[in-house]
Design a binder for this molecule. Structure first.
Ligand SMILES: [Fe+2]
Ligand SMILES: [Fe+2]
Length: 267
């Protein structure tokens, strides 16, 4: 079966890219399931029920998030009532929302058979990021639980440091189908399948305007670096790309067969 993971959707241009490019990608890659990180989908900061609704209706099945989770107060409604929306699992106990979910999918290859279960996990790193609970300990525990229901497990690890991302994925090698990183907004070229059968990519990149700085207009970011004074970072406009990765998984074993980066331009 095939899963597309889409890197951080940034603002209106990012949502437009999903709307216009996803149907073609779904068909071309014969996708069974689509996951997208939506932490920057509302004007670059956070996510609302409205923007999440737009992303779901564009054909995304599950939305993950990260450190921008709390930027819009309306996210509380999503955390309370939207089962397809995940937050990093390593917030303290009692935090609203959920860090993993299991989805029933009718695979394109096995029409007529009973649905396949796909688990999606979202975790956040701690190196150069706000302090959270230990994602290594909590993800290992979560994966152990999920494996009692399905071996097809996809993990979005939202983290800054490459070493933390690689170590985290190495820990889960053989236990999950894929670990793909988000947060840096820069797609890395290190896609591979680890010896245990886990597909890995340090960062999926972001979906939105690439003529800018990580999806924002260049000038204010530059001014901030030049002066140290706070600036308003508006979402950039041009060179819109949908970034992510397609992972092919053996449904019986949960092991990855292939991982392919995606970087598709919106014409
Ligand atoms: Fe982001
Ligand atoms: Fe982030």
């Amino acid at each position: 079966m095939k899963i597309l993971f889409i890197g951080d959707i940034v603002g209106q241009p990012g949502r437009q890219a999903i709307r216009q490019l996803l149907p073609g990608l779904r068909e071309r890659h014969a996708l069974d399931f689509v996951i997208a990180n939506g932490e920057n989908s509302a004007g670059g900061n956070g996510i609302t029920p409205g923007t999440a609704g737009e992303i779901f209706s564009a054909g995304v099945d599950a939305i993950t998030s990260g450190d921008h989770l709390w930027d819009q107060k309306e996210v509380m409604d999503l955390l309370a009532s939207e089962g397809r929306f995940l937050r990093p699992l390593n917030y303290p106990p009692g935090t609203p929302g959920r860090g993993s979910a299991i989805f029933e999918v009718q695979s394109l290859k096995s029409k007529g058979q009973s649905p396949i279960l796909i688990a999606v996990v979202n975790a956040q790193g701690r190196t150069f990021m706000p302090p959270l609970e230990n994602p290594f300990l909590l993800a290992a525990e979560e994966v152990k639980k999920l494996r009692q229901q399905t071996k097809i497990i996809f993990v979005d690890f939202h983290a800054e440091a490459t070493s933390e991302k690689i170590a985290f994925a190495r820990m889960l090698d053989g236990q999950v189908s894929a670990v793909v990183g988000t947060h840096t907004h820069v797609q890395t070229a290190d896609e591979q399948i680890f010896p245990g059968g886990t597909a890995y990519l340090t960062d999926a990149g972001f979906t939105g305007p690439h003529e800018g700085v990580l999806g924002r207009e260049i000038e204010p970011v530059l001014k901030r670096f030049l002066t140290g004074m706070p600036q308003r970072f508006e979402v950039a406009k041009n060179h819109i790309l949908l970034n992510g990765a397609v992972i092919e998984i053996d449904a019986a074993s949960g092991k990855a067969l292939n991982i392919q980066r995606v970087s598709e331009k919106l014409e």
